[in-house]
Design a protein around this ligand. Sequence first.
Ligand code: F6R
Length: 364
Amino acid sequence: LKGHDHHMHKEIHEQPASLQMTLRGRVNAADRKFVLGGLTSLERQLPNVERALLFGCGSAWHAALIGEYMLEELASLPTSVEYASELRYRNPLIERGTLAVGVSQSGETADTLAALREVQTRGATTVGVVNAVGSSVARETDAGVYLHVGPEIGVASTKAFLGQVVVLAMLAGYMGRRRHLSDDRLIEFLEGLEALPDKVKEALETEQQMKELAYALCDREHWLYLGRGVNFPAALEGALKLKEVSYIHAEGLPAAEMKHGPIAMIDKGMPVVVLAPKDGVYSKVLSNIEEVRSRGARVIVVTSADDPELDQLAHDVVRVPETHSLLSPVVTSIPLQLLAYHAALAKGRDVDKPRNLAKSVTVE
Ligand code: F6R
């Protein structure tokens, strides 16, 4: 474990290096290109791709939701995301030109594999976004891009989740380059990706603050995680991390949905974690923070903004570095992983082997 008490802690701290591996040889801002060798066999089919269908389970499904924003924004590709378990039991309509992307750390998740086989029989071209080399999903897809983050031992996914997000980002850029993405936006995105490992390293410096918050608040039974845009799925992932390793009840929501019902739950001191990087929806998120704060929530804000108004509004401000706006979930996720880890320890949980969970879910 090389100086770490748990695999989860080691894997959280490995992320600057594991993302470097994910990006290595694939992103080249100087040459303005993405090199995704695993997709070369699809070169002739790619011009016919008209839509993308992403599927997976758990954290992989959250990564896919972030991928949806990226594919739509960078590649103008209409994209939908499905739970693998739901996709397989519907009558999925696979139109011509559908690129179906299965996202899975293990490559052995039964529902994901079954969904893959289902869309394949219906004529989709399939791509795997997988960590485990030679796994079933990797073998059965037409093409793929490995995460290359190394083995993940902790049951709660951390470095594989971020690896999935980064691979989907590269896929979006790769598709964008073949479609409508301008050179300027392409270069900006490539540079954003290249800068990520250092930004993740900086975000890891939030650990002491997250540990103190975890110990101070771990007796609260219900938590909310809020975000908008790409940070909505990051909020879902933050809530899932807390649930699975600390067994505290948490829910992720799009920040603006609060007023349509969930805000009724807020009472004095309820922890609400808000993801508010400085991006196009920042001012909107500020109003959402006001809404929950005025109802008594204990507001923890993860942000890249240096804003006195925010300092006034939030009880705790957790600072992460600024990134390309589509890539911000990669840094906002770091303090949420650390919060979940320390909350689990504060509650005396077996953080690497949470009850009722297995690393790879090979039953339906
Ligand atoms: C969450 C977690 C699970 C997995 C899910 C899919 O931390 O580990 O939600 O993400 O079971 O697993 P893979 O990616 O192996 O298909």
